[in-house]
Design a protein around this ligand. Structure first.
Ligand code: ATP
Ligand code: MG
Length: 459
């Protein structure tokens, strides 16, 4: 009898055919969702409306990864959520089978190959790199040494005009109280070697913009990582007359999406020099604020965009003196909800609600520019549904979008969706991708450009 280890067991998993090697599981319990390249057999299992990723691995590895993922989730690091380990499996002849690690399928996530298969622009690659750098820095802040940083071990979710990256493979990870510089740099070295290889493969497969050079891309990762780490943890020293620099540092960190929980401030005996260093920084500055005000749980840049819209809403509706939480409630009822409820149910699975709202704001901006008038949100959402949402390729990323294997477009290999669809060559262009960087687009500031932040803050 197999043994189930889980914090919150799901009884519906018990009757599944655990006596079969994962490769031989029947189609009716599997679903085809995009998946990255992996050494182990990985399949997506559907029970009810839940989808789990199942990975067949040695028991020791499965247990280790389960614990690592549990710790990372407890520390609120961006990682897939573990659901359990099934061990002690035997086949019909009594021969032992490897254990299975179960994680919750990360909704609306995309492995990099699905992103690249439709062709990505140069700016998009830059955004993916920023997302990876933030992920690595956040993991290092929590004391997590990854040991296997690579594109295949990361999942991306759309986050307004940016991307948010999640760790998907923690098999080689170690959790420490803090990491030494040597440990962090070792992780970064691994990232550079792996990513260079993966970017080179993409280039060979003509999936990377001709003008992008894999070596320059990994150099960009190194530079951005060092800049971000310095900003998050570095010591800053200045004259006692420049006290506003304390505030500037905190603001810059907020703009990068971090809150400073502890700032160490030391003054020289005579108060001539001041030395500051952030000791504890937490990611999610904007998403926490939006959650507190509206109850919406979103990615960081989506939150930033929604909070900006909330500010505009307050200004336009004379709510500047109304308490923020009251104004936020009105915005939720009169701006956000009407857009989300206007989306026909059959299209709702294509994007998360916060992402839809962000894209509708972009759409309205375009339309207003084109027609030289203030287009109301309720009108823009109809245009967005017609021109953008209905035309989006099915990314098959959320449970609303999936159907059992076999009822979908024909896969090259039905049991290995990462190989893509037979008619992949004719993949439609993602109009959001195409629109997002058209000339004159209102794009979010390049939030990891720390020099630009300093310039803006006057330092
Ligand atoms: N919870 C999840 N949600 C969405 N996708 C997932 C999830 N778990 C795994 N995947 C997909 O399956 C792929 C393979 O998973 P994973 O990297 O854990 O396998 P692996 O065999 O350990 O990889 P490696 O070859 O790096 O050792 C991932 O790239 C990802 O696309
Ligand atoms: Mg992997």
């Amino acid at each position: 009898m197999p043994r189930f280890l889980a914090a919150q067991p799901d009884a519906r998993l018990i009757p599944l055919p655990w006596h079969l090697p994962l490769e031989q599981w029947p189609n009716d319990v599997l679903v085809a969702l995009p998946r990255g390249i992996s050494r182990h057999v990985v399949r997506f299992i559907q029970v009810g409306s839940e989808v789990f990723a199942a990975k067949e691995v040695l028991e020791g590895s499965a247990m280790h990864e389960y614990r690592m993922l549990t710790d990372l989730n407890r520390l609120r690091a961006p990682a897939v959520e573990p659901s359990g380990v099934v061990s002690g499996r035997v086949d019909a002849h009594g021969s032992p089978l490897d254990s299975i690690l179960l994680t919750r399928h990360l909704q609306f996530s995309l492995p990099y190959r699905s992103l690249f298969s439709t062709g990505v622009r140069r700016e998009t690659v830059s955004r993916l790199i920023d997302a990876m750098v933030v992920l690595l820095a956040r993991l290092h802040l929590t004391g997590f040494l990854w040991g296997d940083v690579s594109l295949s071990n990361i999942l991306f979710r759309r986050d307004a005009g940016e991307f948010a990256a999640y760790l998907v493979d923690a098999e080689t990870g170690e959790l420490h109280d803090t990491l030494s510089d040597g440990q962090r740099l070792h992780d970064l070295d691994i990232a550079v070697v792996n990513l260079f290889g993966e970017f080179s493969d993409l280039k060979e497969g003509r999936m990377l913009d001709e003008q992008l050079d894999p070596l320059a891309l990994v150099k960009q990762i190194e530079t951005r990582y060092h800049d971000l780490w310095q900003e998050l943890t570095g010591v800053e020293e200045f004259a006692g007359s420049e006290l506003s620099r304390i505030e500037s540092r905190v603001r810059r960190l907020n703009t990068l999406g971090f809150d400073v929980a502890e700032l160490d401030i030391q003054t020289s005996p005579t108060g001539e020099t001041i030395r500051i260093q952030p000791k504890v920084v937490d990611a999610g500055h904007h998403s926490r604020r939006l959650l507190r005000l509206t109850g919406l749980d979103t990615e960081e840049n989506q939150a930033r965009r929604l909070l900006n819209d909330l500010d505009t809403y307050r200004a336009q509706n004379n709510l500047s003196h109304t308490e923020e939480s009251v104004a936020a409630h009105q915005w939720l009822m009169n701006a956000f909800e009407p857009v989300v409820t206007a989306i026909p149910p059959d299209l709702a699975g294509k994007r998360e609600p916060a992402q839809i709202f962000h894209e509708v704001l972009d759409y309205r901006w375009y339309q207003s520019q084109r027609e030289r008038r203030e287009v109301p949100l309720t009108e823009a959402v109809q245009g967005y549904i017609r021109d953008v949402l209905s035309a989006l390729p099915d990314e098959v990323i959320s449970s609303e979008m999936i159907s059992p294997l076999g009822e979908q477009r024909q896969l090259v290999n039905p049991l290995d969706p990462s190989q893509g669809f037979v008619d992949d060559q004719d993949m439609p262009v993602d109009p959001w991708e195409a629109e997002a960087y058209a000339p004159g687009t209102e794009v979010l500031p390049d939030h990891l450009d720390i020099d630009a932040l300093r310039r803006r803050a006057g330092r």
